[in-house]
Design a protein around this ligand. Structure first.
Ligand code: PLP
Length: 398
């Protein structure tokens, strides 16, 4: 097999996929952390949380060291225990699944629809046909295990229909976890949840500030909820479940998951740029869209109606028959041309640790995992770089 030099091997691309866009005031904030010695706790954590709460229209939020840490806590707070099942998309980053597997829960993988988000028709069908309702909750007929949580992901920042998710969850007595890791800056603009930010509709939501997300806190994450008791519990667990007493004691096994002051220092600086970043994302998306339109066999994934997406990732779907070469061939050619792109993550149902778990009618995700490619989308991407990417897409078609 021909060697592919990808970004994970440290090759510098001329045009990167999704890189942080930092500003000078972050440096001043970090200088303050170093000067005062407040590296772990400190004012930037509080300020970052206040900014996040204001932006997402919540009373309070709880920051944590990563999106994964936030998801781990969230599953535990929603009652996930050893042997429970949870329904999760087959198309996602692995943390959505891992975080509940840490608690010894069993995933059920659900197919995607044409937006790459969870197929809600199939979800409904599965619950109706494959499950039975008992007094305590809903059970999977096949495994005999109780299902407790539906975890949905707003893939690439494109919001799933939460009205429908909540309606289904309520009908079956399930909790809803929104993995909004990629969706900082995405809002509903119509319907029952008009004005609500990603991650604020379900029982709990989690956003990530990893370096490749729309804003970064040099890692970090946040747990969102309207339920202040749940948030308080989240804060307690993140601070090693320490009881409020000067004689340090613990009533539960907690985690050391609190966001650090150094992370907060980045976060505060980045929050000031968020709306500007979303504007750039939208502008470049529209530019790509008009320019790609006349390339046969390539389609830019669209955004769900009634939402203002943050347009975190731009995904193209390649129809090999029409375009002339496969997604993999295109990926290799673009890499050689110095343009960093990224195929969709391998399907969760096919990952080695998850091979023995149940999945439901996996069809579309098989197609998309082979034919989808994410193209450069950084918030400092220039118009002429977009033009160059599209030129190459045109040049490589056969
Ligand atoms: C990035 C991401 C995570 C994990 O967040 P980290 O901050 O990297 O731990 C979880 N789920 C999804 C969908 C993500 O994209």
């Amino acid at each position: 097999m021909k060697e592919i030099k990808g970004f994970w091997e440290g090759k510098q691309s001329d045009i990167s996929l999704s890189v942080p866009n930092l500003s000078e005031d972050a440096l001043e904030n970090i200088r303050e952390c170093i000067g005062t010695g407040w590296l772990v706790r400190g004012r930037f954590v509080t300020e970052f949380e206040e900014m996040l709460a204001r932006y997402t229209n919540l009373e309070k939020v709880v920051t944590v060291q990563s999106g994964t840490a936030g998801l781990h806590e969230a599953y535990r707070l929603l009652g996930i225990e050893d042997g429970d099942e949870f329904i999760v998309p087959n198309v996602t980053f692995i943390s959505t699944v891992n975080a509940a597997v840490y608690l010894k829960a069993h995933p059920i993988f659900m197919d995607c629809d044409n937006s790459l988000n969870m197929d809600l028709d199939k979800l409904e069908e599965f619950l109706k046909i494959e499950c039975e309702e008992r007094e305590e909750g809903i059970y999977n007929k096949k495994s005999g295990r109780r299902i407790k949580v539906i975890a949905v992901v707003h893939l690439f920042g494109n919001l799933i229909d939460m009205e429908r998710v909540m309606e289904i969850a309520e009908r079956y007595g399930l909790k809803v976890l929104e993995d909004a890791a990629q969706a900082m800056g995405s809002f509903y603009t119509a319907g029952e949840y008009k004005g609500r930010h990603a991650g604020t509709v379900g029982d709990l939501g989690v956003i990530s500030f990893n370096a490749n997300k729309i804003i970064t806190a040099a890692g970090g994450g946040v747990i969102l909820s309207k339920d202040l008791d749940l948030l308080q519990e989240a804060r307690f667990l993140a601070a090693v479940a320490k009881t409020p007493s000067p004689y340090i004691s613990h009533d539960e096994v907690g985690y050391n998951y609190g966001l650090t002051n150094v992370q907060g220092a980045f976060g505060v600086s980045q929050m000031k740029k968020l709306e500007e970043f979303v504007e750039v994302k939208i502008k470049n998306y529209n530019l790509y869209k008009t320019m790609i339109e006349d390339i046969e066999g390539i389609e830019l994934l669209s955004v769900n109606k009634g939402t203002r997406s943050n347009h975190w990732f731009y995904a193209i779907v390649i129809d090999k028959e029409k375009y002339g070469i496969s997604r993999n061939e295109l990926f290799e050619k673009l890499t050689e041309a110095g343009i960093q792109t990224c195929p969709l993550w391998g399907l969760m149902s096919e990952q080695k640790p998850f091979k023995d778990y149940q999945s439901y009618k996996i069809e579309k995700s098989k197609y998309y995992v082979e034919n989808t490619l994410n193209i450069p989308c950084s918030t400092n991407l220039k118009e002429k770089e977009v033009v160059k990417v599209v030129e190459k897409l045109r040049e490589f078609s056969k």
